[in-house]
Design a protein around this ligand. Structure first.
Ligand code: FES
Length: 398
């Protein structure tokens, strides 16, 4: 007996020693990468030179496949690195690529489902090219398979709660009271909604809500994923799809919503699309008895609202770079700063992520989201959704 114990002990000790050493090396590595400094930057530079996928400061993802679901949209299938933490359906990523030597960033919704990611290891984003869109046209015309782009972890609150209930094997019910999920998608607003619907269908062994999707685009040819969604609706009894071609039938009106709301008290609504569409649908749902809490809106990617109070040529003085710019009237502070070559930090470009910041010691500003003047006691300004309403001074640019 004693001989056996000793031999077990002699086998165990090196293993414990190795585990201890590995743990401490791991902690040391973690500490190293979490604390910025010149040495860290240098080591990262060397790693990136050897292989850009080893970048410790940015998450490189490889383009595995590029598709064009409609004439002006592009889907990129990306392989994120192992440290990427996954996503909830409806969330978005900050997407970064290099254009003519400068890094540019935009936020894009993930368009496949977490279940699909689990199975394939790939995520997809779908980008609609807009006229003069710097990044959307670069994605469409220049990014190629096998190239690297950079991602953030998934972000955003536009999602549903049923998935977490399904992890709880004791729960038969979704963890909210909705028995009907009503999705309203306008144009490219379909991308996060497609992700949610595919995941809901994937999880359908549980007591999930009935799904209705009302999808509007100018024509069928402009509707991203219409074929895929139509075939899902044909194969799934509890999923109804209604496509509305606005070129033929006019814009979808709030009044038309009544046909899809059976019981307002047990309906959860999710809206994504152009700003005017979301406002009109949200107001319509409220008229039909839904409360604010029952309506989720994805403001990300919202169209630029019209600014009523722009007074023509105004000057904006950027203290950090000692530059004076002429405001052309239709540009946000962020766009002005970019045009001046200031390279400001940003993320969503829609007033959501709080990545962009500046201070305004003097002058009048308009908040594009509300159309109201921004009070002078508001400490930080979000330049992506802010417009000049008088001559300005801007400082502490982020
Ligand atoms: S870039 Fe996201 S809030 Fe301005």
């Amino acid at each position: 007996m004693s001989t056996n114990f000793k031999s077990n002990e002699s086998r165990l000790m090196p293993m414990i020693g190795m585990a201890w050493t590995y743990t401490w090396l791991y902690k040391l590595g973690e500490y190293f990468w979490q604390h910025s400094g010149q040495l860290q930057d240098y080591v990262n530079f060397v790693l990136c030179e050897a292989d850009p996928r080893w970048d410790q400061q940015r998450m490189a993802a490889q383009i595995i496949k590029k598709e064009h679901p409609t004439a002006d949209s592009t889907t990129l299938w990306l392989k994120p690195p192992a440290k990427w933490q996954g996503f909830k359906p409806g969330q978005y990523v900050k997407f970064e690529c290099d254009i003519n030597g400068s890094r540019v960033q935009r936020c894009y919704s993930l368009s496949n489902s977490p279940a699909d990611f689990k199975q394939t290891g790939l995520i997809s984003i779908t980008v609609k090219a807009i006229p003069s869109g710097k990044v959307s046209n670069h994605v469409k015309d220049h990014l190629a398979e096998s190239e690297l782009v950079y991602l953030s972890h998934a972000q955003g609150e536009f999602s549903y709660q049923v998935a977490s209930a399904q992890k709880d094997s004791t729960s038969e019910q979704p963890n909210d009271l909705a028995s009907h999920y009503l999705f309203l998608a306008g144009g490219s607003g379909i991308t996060p909604i497609k992700s949610m619907i595919e995941q809901l269908i994937e999880d359908r062994t549980f007591n999930h809500p009935k799904i209705t999707l009302v999808y509007t685009a100018q024509t069928e040819a402009d509707a991203i994923y219409l074929e895929r969604l139509t075939s899902l609706a044909k194969s799934q009894a509890d999923f109804d799809l209604h496509f509305h071609a606005s070129q033929e039938h006019g814009f979808l009106t709030a009044k038309q919503l009544s046909q899809w709301i059976e019981a307002p008290e047990t309906t959860s609504a999710f809206i994504c699309g152009p700003s005017e569409f979301m406002d009109s649908m949200s107001n319509g749902l409220k008229k039909h008895g839904l409360s604010n809490e029952q309506i989720q809106i994805e403001r990300f990617g919202a169209a630029k609202p019209a600014i009523k109070s722009t007074k023509g040529k105004l000057t904006t003085y950027f203290e950090p770079t000692d530059q004076t710019l002429i405001n052309k009237g239709e540009q946000s502070l962020l766009e002005m700063a970019e045009e001046a070559g200031l390279n400001p930090k940003y993320g969503c470009r829609a007033g959501i992520c709080h990545e962009c910041k500046c201070k305004r010691p003097a002058g009048e500003l308009i908040d594009a989201q509300t159309g109201e003047a921004i009070p002078h006691d508001q400490a930080h300004i979000q330049p992506c959704v802010t417009y000049a309403a008088s001559d300005l001074v801007i400082n502490e640019w982020n």
